[in-house]
Ligand binder design. Structure first.
Ligand code: UD1
Length: 424
């Protein structure tokens, strides 16, 4: 176990690069099993979740090679699934990364059967996979659950179908697209999620010879093809990392320029930060974020893209703890995603949680305390709170950060923050 020691008070200043998107690279790596040919995925971040996905692929008999990315700070991952020798994903790895579920669609499409347990991931409420399973059944898969395992089979191949999602689930949309690319006929996914990572997946699949249209809209159409070939792709920048750094800049009343960011992808957070009193403006090849005074409280609601992402709600809450006024936060995407509130209260924050709503009354200052992180984004929120608090903060279980932020502490240190990691 590791902990982070943060001494608050420094204003973040300088320029920082954003890494490739975790949530784009995970489904893209899963998609590489759709072809026996070689795929190269550039700009992949060095993250625990990506390592686990690579380990799962290797366990399936897929060749995975990782090297430094000649054009950036990330990695270049070369994958070749000449033959897929297995179709069972080890329980231990399934539990570690929820995104292992992404392999269900591609494996069904490629080898016609899969065995896996229920996936793990962040502790942010029950995260069912019923939309994935029901959608795959619509495509002709036979799914059974026995002794804690899910068995999916499509010995005669998948068939195109119409699927209506009850909620625009990111993972289910991606899984179904990947299952459909080699299915016979046309698949139409309605009420699809519109996240930029789905558009990135569509680009990758189409560069492999797939026929996917409509990613980024509510209706995705996939015309099945007989086979796919190898491809090269560079993943989009991580909008959640970008937003986390933007929020940290505003919270510390700093001045930070982000490079490698797609401004349109962070629009919802940028406008909330402007409402809170910050300046957020596009600069050649980047985004400049400045805040000179105490941020004002703003109300916000998490929503599927293009709304404000649930993955930045904890960090925004940390910002609101020190804002002027009262903020009402509504979490509409996940249940139980206010786990950071209890820890923030230890720092003197005034937060009342009632179901999916949190009311945060800003206090003039937070004070350093010992906190325990329980998931990736809540950990990022606690670090932000530590940066603005008076005195020292200790964030325990900081290894959660490594699932989703490459070089986070190094980046913050280069911007002037005073923090270091120690073994607990
Ligand atoms: C993805 C992101 C995650 C982000 C989330 C919402 C990746 C690797 N992860 O997760 O960082 O927080 O989108 O933007 O891309 N649901 C069901 N049944 C299902 C699937 C989902 O009820 O079969 C529910 C979930 O419990 C949740 C909501 O739908 O309440 C949205 O989940 P979903 O969009 O599927 O999130 P993930 O794809 O798991």
């Amino acid at each position: 176990m590791e902990k982070l020691l943060v001494r608050g008070g420094a204003r973040l200043r300088g320029t920082v690069r954003v890494n490739g998107a975790k949530n784009a690279v995970l489904p893209i790596l899963a998609a590489t099993v759709l072809t026996p040919e070689r795929c190269r995925v550039a700009g992949t971040p060095r993250l625990r979740d990506v390592e686990v996905m690579a380990a799962i692929l290797r366990g399936l008999g897929v060749e995975v090679e990782t090297q430094g990315d000649p054009a950036g700070e990330g990695r270049l991952i070369t994958v070749q699934a000449r033959e897929v020798s297995g179709c069972e994903i080890p329980d231990r790895l399934m539990r570690e990364v929820r995104s292992s579920i992404f392999l269900m669609g591609p494996l069904l499409a490629r080898v016609g059967r899969v065995k896996m347990s229920h996936p793990g991931g962040c502790a942010i409420g029950p995260r069912p996979i019923d939309y994935h399973l029901r959608g795959l059944e619509r495509l002709g898969a036979r799914i059974t659950e026995r002794h804690g395992y899910i068995y999916a089979e499509a010995p005669a191949g998948l068939r195109g179908a119409e699927v209506d999602l009850d909620f625009p689930s990111v993972g289910a949309t991606e899984n179904l697209i990947m299952a459909a690319v080699l299915a016979q006929g046309l698949t139409v996914i309605r009420n699809a999620a519109r996240e930029p990572e789905i558009v990135d997946l569509e680009m990758f699949l189409n560069s492999m010879g797939a026929r996917v249209r409509g990613a980024g809209t509510h209706t995705v159409r996939v015309e099945g093809v007989a086979g796919l070939h190898g491809a090269e792709h560079r993943v989009i920048p991580d909008r959640i990392e970008a937003c986390t750094l933007m929020i940290a800049a505003v919270a510390t009343r700093g001045e930070v320029t982000l490079k490698d960011v797609i401004p349109q992808h962070v629009q919802a957070v940028a406008s909330k930060l402007r409402e809170a009193g910050a300046v957020v403006e596009e600069e050649a090849g980047g985004l400049r974020v400045v805040c000179r005074c105490r941020p004002r409280a703003v109300d916000f609601k998490t929503l599927p893209y293009p709304g404000l992402p649930t993955d930045v709600q904890p960090q925004m809450m940390a910002l609101m703890c020190g804002a002027e006024g009262t903020s009402v936060i509504t979490e509409t995407v996940f249940e139980n995603r206010f786990t950071q509130a209890e820890e923030l209260r230890r720092m003197g924050a005034d937060i009342r949680v009632d179901g999916r709503t949190a009311v945060v009354r800003g206090v003039p200052r937070l004070s350093g305390a010992t906190l325990e992180a329980t998931d990736l984004r809540n950990c990022a929120a606690l670090v932000i709170a530590g940066l603005v608090a008076e005195g020292s903060t200790v964030v325990e279980r900081v290894e959660h950060l490594d699932r989703g932020y490459q070089d986070f502490e190094l980046k913050l240190r280069r911007l002037g923050a005073d923090l270091r990691r120690v073994r607990a």
